[in-house]
Design a protein around this ligand. Structure first.
Ligand code: KG4
Ligand code: ZN
Length: 329
């Protein structure tokens, strides 16, 4: 049995969690900065760092209390060391190191995107089986990855320009639907007509890569052409449908091609309900989808990923630096 304390501060959520054996959540606290960043229409990095600095220790205390545990019952600390905003990462990483040093606990560094994938281990039921194809769709990344075992990833495709979440956020801004854009578009699209404004599907045939900048431009042109007669909800619905269409088709094709046992959705955009429904409808293999609160940034997923690295004997040195991007072969 191993009880891991997870810490996540890569962007704008200050989060801590206690997870047992990489699968069972004892506490999972997320302090969102969303209300502050809504005022600026996006995350201002220095603001995010300072909010982490103020919030992280109270969140840690709250997490241990909620779990009913004290430091003596923690076996290791797992912390996000990238990718993410440098200033934000440094706050979490330095706090984790200080606690590891003070308590003599092992430190395990976890890649943020790997964390998103391991949110699928926090779901009740059978453990996910390999090989699996994971679609990692967040505000900063869009990666299609073949996972052949714990910690073994092969990148099949990635975005060549905007990340999926970034495309949702930019489209929402053009449609004046607010921040964060993904949930705003999903809400607006609920009972709207996606056929009023047809949009292109960027397939990039023959490649597992994605490209969303053309779709974004098509939304902008449509907004300009429609002027004051624009029905924003209908354009939101059309945009969402195009995004979901491309993400689902390419993921399902990759799962078939690589003989995957399952498809695992990961990242903030995996919270999108039409994406979840369509993936399930079209996939030939089981689709693993974390509950919405585990799709967006949290520390339980970091603790889960950290657990399997800890069990494999991995330990991070206390001179570890934050890393800005994803190390995938
Ligand atoms: O993984 P995440 O919480 O943070 C990053 O690591 O980037 O992802 C945030 C992204 C944002 O772009 C947000 O608009 C998007 O996830 N998102 C959604 C939904 N909920 C969050 N996109 C589409 N539909 C949603 N329901
Ligand atoms: Zn994330």
């Amino acid at each position: 049995m191993a009880r891991i304390l997870g810490i996540e501060t890569s962007c704008d959520e200050t989060a801590a969690a206690v997870v047992v054996d990489g699968r069972r959540i004892e506490a999972n606290i997320v302090a969102s900065q969303e209300d502050v960043h809504r005022e600026t229409g996006g995350v201002v990095p220095e603001t995010a760092s300072r909010l982490h600095l103020r919030t992280l220790v109270p969140v840690l205390q709250q997490t241990l209390t909620a779990a009913g545990r004290d430091w003596g019952e923690i076996d290791a600390i797992a912390v996000t060391h990238g990718p993410g905003l440098a200033g934000s990462l440094l706050v979490g990483l330095n706090t984790a190191k200080a606690m590891a040093f003070a308590r003599g606990l092992p430190l395990v560094a976890v890649n943020h995107l790997e964390g998103h994938v391991y949110a699928n281990w926090l779901v009740e039921g059978d453990e996910p089986r390999f090989p699996l194809v994971s679609l990692i769709v967040s505000g900063g990344h869009t990666d299609l990855v073949l996972m052949e075992g714990h910690g073994h990833y092969r990148r099949l495709g990635r975005t060549r320009d905007d990340a999926a979440g970034e495309a949702f956020d930019k489209a929402a801004r053009m449609l004046r639907l607010g921040y964060p854009g993904g949930p705003a578009i999903q809400r607006a699209a609920e009972n709207a007509d996606p056929s009023r404004y047809p949009l292109p599907r960027p397939w990039l045939r023959g490649s597992d890569d994605f490209s969303f900048s053309g779709l974004k431009t098509a939304v902008l042109r449509t907004v300009e052409r429609a002027g004051s007669s624009l029905v924003a909800a209908d354009l939101a619905a059309s945009f969402q449908e195009a995004m979901v269409d491309v993400l689902v088709t390419k993921t399902v094709d990759a799962a078939r091609e690589h003989g995957a046992q399952a498809i695992a959705l990961a990242g903030g955009v995996a919270a999108n309900l039409p994406l979840r429904a369509r993936m399930q409808a079209f996939s030939p293999v089981p689709v693993l989808i974390p509950p919405v609160r585990l799709c967006t940034d949290n520390a339980a997923m970091i603790a889960a990923a950290g657990h399997f690295r800890y069990q494999a004997g991995e330990r991070s040195a206390l001179d570890l630096d934050a890393i800005p991007s994803l190390p995938i072969a």
